[in-house]
Design a protein around this ligand. Sequence first.
Ligand SMILES: Nc1ncnc2c1ncn2[C@@H]1O[C@H](COP(=O)(O)OP(=O)(O)OP(=O)(O)O)[C@@H](O)[C@H]1O
Length: 619
Amino acid sequence: MKFDVPNTDSPSEKVKALPSKSLAKLVWMLVRPYKKWMVIIFTAMVLETLMSLATPWPLKILIDNVIGHHKLPGWLSWMERVFPGENKMQFAAVAAVSLIVMAAIGALAGYLNSYFTESIAQYVSNDLRRRIYHHLQRLSLAYYDTHQTGKLLSVITSDVSTIQDFASATMMSITVDFLTIIGMLGIMFYLNAGFTLLAICITPFLLFFVSRFKKVMKKATHEVRVDQSNMLTVMQQGLESIRAVNAFGRQELEENKLKKVSMETVGAALKARRVKSVLNPVITLIVAACTAMVLWQGTDLVLKGAMTVGSLTVFLWYMNKFFSPVQDLAKMTSTIAQATVALERIQSILDTEILIADLPGAEDPGRLTGDIVFEKVSFAYNSDEPVLKGIDLHIGSGQRVGICGPTGSGKSTILSLIARFYDTTGGHVYIDGKDITRFSIDGLRSQIAFVLQDTVLFYGTVRDNIAYGRPEATEAEIIEAAKLANAHEFISHMPHGYDTVVGERGVTLSGGQRQRIGIARAVVRNSPILVLDEPTAALDTEAEKIVMEALEQLMQGRTVITIAHRLSTIADSDKIVVLHDGVIAEEGTHDELIELGHIYAGLYNNQASSKHPLHKIIS
Ligand SMILES: Nc1ncnc2c1ncn2[C@@H]1O[C@H](COP(=O)(O)OP(=O)(O)OP(=O)(O)O)[C@@H](O)[C@H]1O
């Protein structure tokens, strides 16, 4: 069977509707594209319920009208016309056939029900995963300063799969159970109103139990999920840093960390289990007491001739079945609690405002020339600790500016502000005379290329890694970029050239080779502003020389801002800025600063003679 899948290919459209105000709204947003399927599912559920409700009636007819001697009820009098005479086995045959027909209709409805429910569950979890990831991709870096990746991963994987299970299994049975309860109550009233009231009287007690336990379950479930996330974080960090763990021989420490969080998860899960285990026996006892009452009183009625044996049998069947959906609903308390907690955790991510967002009317800047002005710029990661204090700086287009200063003086922070990884807490940054907050973020960042201390290689081919700077780059552009970056030669010697897979579990590259791929990536991006954050700091002299040659090619015709501890790297810059404690302590060309004979001069001379990195000397 093949059905059209609703087109939900553009999560960005939906994400615009966020933040979602309530869980119900979030659920509705998720299932809305599948309205047609929901109608099919609901119809199938009603049919399935009707067939299940009708199941005991052939038995009643057999007991009362075939084996017993009661007259057929009015609505079955047509059977006497169709099968005249005393051959009651024909009635039995009709009852038997009707059982099969009902089972067949029920089975078909069940098939449609689970087919579409499973489909919705799969598509909804796909939408949800993509929606969360889409949102995470656009959250400000400040969000990641306070949220661990392991916890976010656990939401995208475990919480989404909890919702999927809930949507495919639990939601369906809850609806069927509700429909069954309503249908049964109607028929039971028809059979014996008194007994039915007995069942109804007990229901509020059951619901009271269920709701009391639901609260406890939800709390326990929440604890379990938090502990599971912690566990994932510990494992992720332990495995990610496996080299450091081995180098320091701290395997046991890492195992103990896992042991601790793992035991906490077990503890929280056991708390939930205690609550869950009490619930079922209580309900089973109540149900048994109720059934015993009907059995006792019902037999009395049958003996007095006030009720037929068939009716009592059917009533008991319903009674038993009536409590089973109620019992199911109670059992589902924990599943519902898990789904609610999962949705809440998902919603807490989706409701996080994208801290750095396009302002209304933000425009694509087009090709910038790269004239950058910092005007009284202040910044603090935490409101009480300013990192930059009133920075005034002009970097002309095509200029090369070097920034140096002791560790923690705010050098990288200045670069982050240019690309709007963070927004200034005071003052403004202008590029080409326009406040950068008036540019669209994507447009602004497309004008900046970064080469950082350590180039991250993504799992994929060398070609893809270079094209990461601009996916539409042609093969010729990629090779040209690699040549400019002094990378073509070593790439050509790799087992599959540009098709060699690198990154995690791919071919391992040396630091210098990685940097040259990073430079090729920046060349391909071809943006007017180039940001170099200690691109050669991790390299030995030989590798540094090759990378510097490549960088020289890359810097041609661009505005370049370089952070360096090794002052020789920035000595020939058009301007050198010395940052100290969040303020610009000195500014000028190398010669001017040497002549000034102050901080820079002292450091340069010291470094030249002792080769000590700047930060060690200053701090
Ligand atoms: N994401 C962050 N959250 C909170 N504080 C931060 C964050 N990043 C940096 N800082 C703090 O801001 C200050 C400036 O950091 P920054 O990375 O800009 O310095 P830097 O001069 O580039 O240092 P380094 O030379 O070591 O790279 C430091 O005190 C640092 O601890």
